[in-house]
Every structure is written in C-alpha cells, then in structure tokens.
Design a protein around this ligand. Structure first.
Ligand code: BMP
Length: 250
C-alpha cells in the first residue's frame, strides 16, 4: 500500500470502534506504542510484571492457555492493575475455526475470554462470517501475516485477509509484517533489539525497521521484556525506542 504514514492523531479520526480509539488515546497520553506479550506460566509472575511495566505500555498480550494456574481471581487482579495503570488486555487466542465453535471458545471453557479481554486475535481462515461471533464490543485483530519462517501467509492470503478485515466493523486491525490500508491498525510481533531469530522459526526486527518499512502502529515484544534481568528497564527501553521510531517515521 503506497499510503503516507499517518500520525496517531490522524489515525484516531479514522477509527469507529471504541477499542481502537482507546488504544490510540492511551498511546498518545502515555507516549508509547508498546504491547508487552507476557508469555509466562505463573499468574503471580504476570501480575508482578504487569505492575512493574504497566506505566510504559498500551496493552498486555496474554496466551491464557499457557498459564498453569489461570483463575477468576487472576483476571480480577490483572483488571485492577490495568485500570490503575491505564492499559488494555489482549488475548492472543488466534481463533481458527467455524463461527459456532469460535463462539463457544470465546464465551465458555476455563478462560471465558469474552468476560475480560478488550482485544482478541483471530485467523480469517474460516471466512468472514466466522468473525461475526465476537460481537461488536471486543476489538478483533486478525492474523493477516505471520512473523515466522516459512509461514503460509503469502501475498494472496494476506490480501484476502485484509479485504475481509476491512469489511468487518468489529475488526480494528491486523497482525502483519507489512503495510496495511490506513483504516486498519497494524500490530507487529517479532520485535527484539538484540536477537534476529530464535531456534524455532521466529524472526525478529528492530522497532526502527518495523516503523520505517511497515508503518506499524503497535510493536509486540515478548521475550525481549519478560525474559530480561530487569523487565522494567527493558520495557522503558522498548517504549522509548518505539516512540522514537514512530516520531522519526511519521
Ligand atoms: P517473542 O517476542 O518472545 O517472540 O513473542 C512474540 C509473541 O507474539 C508471542 O506471544 C507470539 O505468539 C506472538 N506472535 C508472533 O510472534 N508472530 C506472529 O506472527 C503472531 C503472533 O501473535
């Protein structure tokens, strides 16, 4: 897409969904475009990290099914921290089934995602109607393109995923590694300041690269923060690098 880079203020005017508006408002007020992916096993560890880094992020991304002691109390405590520190909760469920099954996975089971998540990820593999089951309140982020080596999300897949995403009023943006139409927010994982890959197919880029080349809106950082000796210090570093890269490239 040969579109000019828009500022967050300009992007805010294009948003119709309360969650995409909220995300951008948080980004502007805290001067951060960082989403921390806290992919750790223990709920206590996630709560401690959330408290340490909450001031520097727009959202915490979780994989609820990684957590060994997931509970209603954990959700209650995390929501409390999110309210105090002003960030959103993003469940990276990557739904990928027919609408009826996705609806049950979204509302039921152990995690009751619809009770607490502000945003969820979903594949678009099952087609447009499968996305309707999430309703209008949650912000849906579709997976248009993956960061890993050998992913099947080629240009053809990506453009079809983007087409569907643009049509759906509950889809606020996509996970991708390239530019999107300006009405969709771009979420880019695979961001790390020191590593270029892991041993399991992940590929990393710097914040500068994803802002200059992809015009991303939000960087998603996992191990770069939660595996660091000092996660708070690293969250500040990614926040500053991300904001600097945004200002330089907008
Ligand atoms: P890390 O920075 O540790 O590689 O973590 C990246 C996070 O983003 C993981 O939670 C992963 O599931 C997610 N992710 C990704 O890495 N690539 C994608 O294409 C989509 C993702 O959701």
């Amino acid at each position: 897409f040969s579109v000019p880079r828009l500022t967050y203020e300009e992007k805010l005017k294009l948003q119709n969904h309360p969650i995409s508006k909220k995300l951008i408002e948080i980004a502007l007020s805290k001067k951060t475009n960082l989403i921390a992916s806290l992919d750790t096993y223990k709920s206590e560890e996630i709560l401690k990290l959330a408290d340490q880094i909450g001031d520097f992020i727009v959202a915490i991304k979780l994989h609820a099914d990684i957590i060994t002691d997931f509970s209603e109390n954990f959700v209650y405590e995390l929501k409390k921290i999110a309210a105090i520190k002003n960030f959103l909760l993003f469940e990276d469920r990557k739904f990928g089934d027919i609408g009826n099954t996705q609806q049950m996975q979204f509302n039921g089971g152990v995690y009751k995602i619809s009770d607490w998540a502000d945003l969820v990820t979903s594949h678009v593999i099952a087609g447009e109607e499968s996305l309707q089951v999430f309703g209008e309140e949650i912000g849906v982020v579709t997976i248009a393109e993956m960061s890993s080596k050998g992913t099947l999300t080629d240009e053809n897949y990506k453009s079809k995923a983007i087409n569907i995403s643009s049509k759906m009023s509950n889809v606020i943006g996509c996970v991708a590694q390239s530019k999107l139409p300006p009405s969709l927010l771009l979420f880019t994982p695979g961001v790390n300041l020191t590593e270029s890959e892991d041993s399991k197919g992940q590929q990393f880029n710097t914040p500068e690269k994803v802002f200059s080349d992809y015009h991303t809106d939000f960087i998603i950082v996992g191990r770069g923060i939660y595996r660091a000796k000092n996660p708070e210090q690293e969250a500040i570093r990614y926040k500053e690098e991300g904001w600097k890269a945004y200002l330089k490239n907008c």
